[in-house]
Design a protein. Sequence first.
Length: 465
Amino acid sequence: MKFNQEHEEDNFPLTRFESMLKTNDVLFFDSDDFENIVNHYLENGKIALAKKAVKLGLDQHPSSSNLKLFKIEILIFENKLEEADRLLAELYELEPQNEEVYIQKANIYSKQDDHPKAIELLETALELTDADADIYSLIGMEYLFMDDFQNAKFNFMKCLEVDEDDYSALYNVIYCFDFLEQHEEAIDYLNMFLDKNPYCEVAWHQVGKQYFDLKKYKKALAAYDFAIISDDTFIGAYFEKGKVLEKLGRYNEAIENYQITLGLDDPTSFAYLRMGKCYQKLHCDDLAITYFLKTVKEDPLLDKGWIAITDYYTKKMDYQNALYYINKAINIDGDNVLYWKRYAKINNRLKFYEEAERGYSKTLELGNYELDTWLTRCDILINLGELEAAVTNLFEAIEFYSDSVQIEFRLAGLYFTLGQDDKGHFHLENALRLEPDYDIILEELFPFVYAKRSVVQKIKKAKKS
């Protein structure tokens, strides 16, 4: 139960209670008042105040079952499960037909990852209560914890049969359909739901998302239009409609829908980003970069914004500006592998090889193990004369790409250059066995090695055979 300003002005018990806490006076409240006060604090995440209210409430009303249940709920939240279990056992002796006892006991089992037992107790609670919707929802959540999406879906549907306005349950039903990749079935269910609730904007919105996933963009568009008819302030529908219009190549209309979202609420970085992408498709480059810059100003942590700016300048071969913005991005989030990949490529284009090598090294350190990353770093190390480091780099790559002809030819060239001809011949033979026509790698990176008589003979022999 939530308290509004009007209640507080009428000297509602909450105001008296908070005044009491400030003055240390002890005032009397009936048990219903205490229950409402505790419920208010729990709903607002004020656990410490809820605990105080429960303690004072039980001091004044030691036999109140509901206050005891609130105390148990807080103990479970704090993971004090043994104490909560003991209090539940005492309460069960007094009120074996109280469904809340079973619900809180189920909560304990859930915390202990015994979800089948939790479901069993919730089903018992279901037989004792009129509040079916809440318990069906709890059972659905237990099945979700078990990754049993079919039974979870069934219980969330039962929840909606009791309370059609429970949009949380509706989202959970669709989540189950999505996980099971049952897009057509989800549409059928939503259409049945809409037969009873034709102006439910949330349901229309979800229909649109299902059609979008199926790449049926015109049907998705129609669904989002119905969502907007049902609620013309529904930001999500305008935003999703914009994404569909982008897919259909209708960029000006997409921009109009994103623009509407900016007027309905505070601007979002996502809307700015999509508008920038649309302007880019329309070849309105000045407007595109304007909106990309607005994106990162609105949310500096959104990596897609920095990437859009960097890629914009890279495409224009304006590498200085690209480098400036990727450096700004790295200063904000130095562990973003997408930033470091771009940093490395841009520095490589600018022939800043030491910085490029640092970028590729950081990219690998952050777990980007694409073959191209290892190879490009190797080539840069060769350029810098760091031949031993290049060899080490390639042996790290071999752990992931054991049969790469590109690695073997490079290792052959490196070992010959280092004067270790035995190892050079070993890797040359490996490379020629895999794909002799890739000898161009040796020719380009190690022309002196490629001209060696013993190397020429082996390549000729391999190509003949």
